[in-house]
Design a protein around this ligand. Structure first.
Ligand code: AMP
Ligand code: MG
Length: 419
């Protein structure tokens, strides 16, 4: 067509997917890992349990004192006026008393000490008056059973403590240790292989000829994968040559659950990846109504799932965080997790045309009233990696949005670790 100008209306063509459609298509195609391994407790942090965990013991195993004080029988508590009690023994955590308390007697007890025979109540030492002869004076007003941690109060014997599929967190390590459990069955970690494509790419340490650039995507990919609990396989730079790519794709697919490449999927690029991939697997080439990150390739490469991310450094990070990260989570857990989105007042005027969903980079913080405010990080080009470096969130501008005025509310998506 003569004089056809590219407009944002092109983005509405039916073959172009929305961000949500692309994410859903990806997630539908991810089967959770079924491989199981047995690991020592500490190594299970962040892993997903492959078994239900039942308590082999009660926690606490015996009734014990929550305070330093005096153990007494509730039936022997003073009711009308202060009474004097004989202190017949002292009981420490780990060193129980073998004495039996009779009426008129108490046992000095430390926090964690087992509740002695003949007692069921503890009186804080601060509420007791010590007499010169070693006896104590106790006033009325105490409740039966106070300051005692009952056996099984935290975890009863044989109860289900953690369910299959649960992600082991910081507190869980402590809980499992308190049950004396030293090994667990967990699902193996996802294995993720990645490489960069492009004849212009050089590795650190090599000199740059004219037109060449250092490969930075492998480093941001490494960094983003490092935040997740995955096995990372960095396969280096692969030349823009069909044979080299074919070998690299096959090798990666053999080793990994997910294979990621960056570069070479944009339209108009000396496009070797497309025919090579089409010959190897069941791969779709998508255009997505988003900015940055319009071209994305997704599909099956033997048993692995394949992501062909765009080459531009910011587009790599955006598409990884929006598509690959949820896929890795589904692979590891069998579940989906919606990312946290917050509302903030924009301190910048934001330029945008309707048509695409934009992930602008922002810095959010609390203002003096405690309200969230966000400003953009300057130049937003998909090659401007510094816009990501100083950002702590994406500013999410949906397809219909035609720009934001200073003072408007916008939706933001904090980066992992920024809140
Ligand atoms: P492509 O998608 O291969 O057309 O690449 C788009 C842009 O991203 C080009 O300017 C590439 O030079 C650049 N690029 C591609 N791969 C990388 C990489 N690994 N590191 C840094 N820039 C890259
Ligand atoms: Mg390229």
């Amino acid at each position: 067509m003569p004089n056809k100008q590219t407009t944002c209306a092109d983005d509405w063509e039916p073959s172009v997917l929305s961000v949500a459609e692309a994410r859903n298509k990806i997630l539908e195609n991810i089967q959770p890992i079924t491989g199981i391994e047995k690991l020592a407790l500490r190594s299970c942090l962040q892993r997903f349990l492959a078994e239900d965990i039942f308590s082999p013991i009660a926690v606490p195993s015996h009734a014990n004192s929550a305070m330093d004080g005096y153990a007494i029988a509730a039936a022997d508590l003073p009711t009308q006026e202060a009474r004097r009690y004989e202190v017949i023994d002292t009981c420490f955590a780990g060193a129980p008393s073998d004495k039996v308390c009779k009426p008129g007697q108490v046992i000095r007890i430390m926090t964690g000490g087992l509740i002695p025979h003949g007692t069921d109540t503890v009186i804080m030492q601060e509420q007791v008056k010590l007499n010169d002869d070693g006896s104590v004076l106790i006033k009325p007003g105490h409740k039966a059973g106070q300051n005692v941690r009952q056996a099984g109060e935290d975890i009863p014997l044989n109860s289900k403590v953690l369910g299959k599929g649960h992600q082991v967190n910081m507190a869980d390590l402590g809980i499992l240790a308190s049950l004396g459990i030293g090994e667990l069955q967990v699902y193996r970690r996802p294995r993720v292989a990645f490489f960069s494509t492009g004849d212009e790419l050089r590795s650190i340490g090599e000199p740059l000829a004219e037109g060449e650039i250092y490969d930075s995507n492998r480093y941001t990919l490494y960094a983003m994968l490092k935040q997740l609990d995955v096995e990372i396989l960095d396969m280096g730079v692969v030349e823009d040559k069909p044979d080299a790519m074919k070998t690299a794709f096959l090798e990666a697919a053999k080793m990994a659950d997910i294979v990621i490449t960056s570069g070479g999927v944009s339209v108009g690029e000396a496009d070797y990846i497309k025919p090579t991939l089409e010959a190897l697997g069941d791969i779709d080439f998508w255009k997505i109504r988003m900015k940055p990150g319009r071209p994305l390739t997704f599909g099956k490469l033997h048993d692995a799932r394949f992501f062909g991310l765009p080459g531009n450094p910011v587009a790599v990070m955006v598409t990884f965080l929006q598509f690959v990260q949820p896929a890795i989570y589904r692979l590891a857990s069998g579940k989906s997790k919606a990312s946290i989105k917050l509302k903030a007042k924009s301190q910048s005027k934001l330029y945008k045309r309707p048509g695409r969903y934009e992930f602008q980079r922002g810095i959010f913080q609390q203002d003096e009233n405690g309200d969230l405010v966000v400003k953009r990080t300057g130049m937003q080009g998909s090659g401007i990696l510094t816009s990501m470096s100083i950002a702590n969130c994406f500013i999410l501008l949906d397809e219909k949005c035609a720009g934001i005025e200073k003072g408007d509310m916008v939706e933001i998506q904090p980066f992992t670790g920024s809140i």
